[in-house]
Write a protein that binds this ligand. Structure first.
Ligand code: DP6
Length: 349
């Protein structure tokens, strides 16, 4: 027999960024972060996990290509999930798996991203969150989403935020074992459903410096990172929570843009400096800044993760349409960017 579960997990985009770990093994961050989860129908990872007594080893495929599960992050997640597995029974199919059996049975895992992998579009977030969510379902793990988020965190930090829909905060926590470093939902996707997310894929090439090694180098060499984590982010988190609660788009935009720019300033302050944005990214920032300054209230927030692609959040559909028009003027079709729009999304299914 073969038992399978399929899950779909959306990606999330940080508006207050996570950059820097205080514990590399458990993946514990040096500051809180806040993100928005995108609609799972658009940018998502779909993962099918299968278990069968005939499987001889754990194996995984990403976008059809086999990858090694020996990496520490997959191993920690598998260990955590297996230790929480509970008895399972399907009377119809005559399948019975006890808690103890789960430790001996092997898994086959097939995962697909419907967007570029490792191009700075938080593919690891959706990927690892889906990995955890699907395995937890298969192995009958009876933990709530916050507990699952702490497991996903050990796969990839930003993944813990993809277990929830809407607006999500990853609390850095204080405990050494990481048990209080979990994600919580600040508001669901219906709370502020006017927002429209526009992603400009500037390059779908795999980034040169992964987030993991980039943030390690920043922790080791950037003084600005220390200042950011201790003096800037704690206050920003409070202000961002207020902006989200009161749907204050002007503050939301100011905080989102400032935080993205400071994150990239930290990258430049790293030795050797890390360049995630390129000329096209800079042109997009200029275009949005100019527009926001010409209006009474800002129309669009922008943020860039560890890559050149722009994520823009428009206050409503009208300004999203105007933004697309403006961007198409600066970047005509067949130029170097690819534009798509999305809405805020719900949690994994
Ligand atoms: C810039 O979560 O990919 O997107 O924990 O090492 O897997 P690891 O890093 P990852 O880093 C994401 C960094 C970021 C900001 C963010 O999503 O908060």
């Amino acid at each position: 027999w073969v038992l399978t579960v399929t899950a779909q997990t959306p990606t999330n985009i940080a508006v207050i960024k996570y950059w820097g770990k205080r514990d590399e093994t458990l993946i514990l961050p040096i500051n809180d972060s806040i993100s928005v989860t995108l609609d799972p129908n658009h940018l998502c990872t779909t993962t099918t996990v299968a278990v069968s007594p005939s499987f001889e080893q754990d194996r995984m495929w990403l976008n059809g290509k086999e990858l090694s599960l020996s990496q520490g992050r997959y191993q920690s997640v598998l260990r955590e999930i297996r230790s929480r597995a509970t008895d399972f029974e399907d009377k119809e199919k005559n399948i019975k798996i006890t808690k103890k059996d789960w430790g001996k049975l092997h898994l086959h895992i097939a995962s697909y991203n419907n967007f570029p992998t490792a191009a700075g579009l938080a593919s690891s977030a959706a990927g690892l969150a889906c990995f955890v969510f699907a395995l937890a379902k298969l192995m009958n793990v009876k933990e709530d989403e916050s507990k699952l988020s702490a497991i996903a965190r050990q796969g990839s930090g930003s993944a813990c935020r993809s277990l929830f829909g809407g607006f999500v905060k990853w609390i850095m926590g204080k405990d050494e074992d990481g048990s209080d470093s979990v994600a919580v939902q600040l508001a669901d996707e219906k709370h502020w459903d006017d927002l429209v997310i526009i992603i400009a894929v500037v390059s779908s090439r795999q980034k040169e410096t992964s987030s993991t090694s980039g943030m390690r180098e920043s922790v080791e060499t950037s003084l600005l990172l220390q200042h950011r984590a201790k003096e800037v982010v704690p206050e920003r988190i409070k202000q961002m929570e207020e902006a989200i609660a009161s749907r204050d788009f002007a503050s939301f935009t100011q905080l989102t843009c400032a935080d993205s720019n400071q994150f990239h300033a930290v990258c430049l302050d790293t030795c050797p400096p890390i360049f995630y944005m390129n000329d096209t990214s800079h042109r997009i920032i200029s275009c949005v800044e100019k527009w926001n300054r010409s209006e009474e209230t800002p129309q669009v927030a922008y943020t860039f993760d560890a890559g050149p692609n722009a994520v823009m959040i428009a206050r409503d559909r009208k300004s999203a349409a105007q933004l697309l028009q403006r961007l198409l003027f600066y970047f005509p079709p067949n130029s170097d960017i690819d534009l798509n729009s999305y809405i805020l999304g719900d949690k994994s299914i």
